[in-house]
Design a protein around this ligand. Sequence first.
Ligand code: IDP
Ligand code: MG
Length: 172
Amino acid sequence: MGLRHDVPPIQLPSRADGWEGMSLERTLVLIKPDGVQRGLVGELVGRFERRGLHLVGLKLTSVSRELAERHYGEHRGRPFFDAVIEFITSSPVVAMVWEGPNSVSMVRSMMGPTNPAAAPSGTIRGDFGVDIGQNVVHGSDSPSRAEQEIALFFDLAELVSWEREGGRWVYP
Ligand code: IDP
Ligand code: MG
């Protein structure tokens, strides 16, 4: 697709004990228009922060039709395609990049399944959603998709490499 960033190498923490089989990843998270309109931005950012994930990009933005169609391109032709494009372009979203060990699957498990009606309490969709179309958040579904989606939503210069004070209490 030609959309990948030339992603700078991610610095592994100095002590990587216990990280066997884990990879440090970045994932794209969107707080969808329903989440922003309902005033859930602080709550949702807080959940990822408290989990210990590391924030490297964050902005409030409107999604153009072109961006929406690229982002949801895999669903073109499916019955809900027009509705999902309509919805994601209807009102601003908050786009974020979260970094951490296996952050792609970690965020997916924090979000819960696509249909909030089937999402367990404790997950974002299980705590805040009832409708499959308005399911509050998006999270990349694989590390390779994450790279593509991050490049769709962020310029490289918008991603910030920084070290969190006290980070060793999260990543030993
Ligand atoms: P995901 O967001 O959990 O990765 P996907 O299958 O990638 O789920 O679908 C993308 C988005 O399209 C969903 O989050 C949801 O908003 C919408 N969507 C998926 N399936 C349906 C459906 O059957 N009806 C209406 N909307 C759907
Ligand atoms: Mg998906």
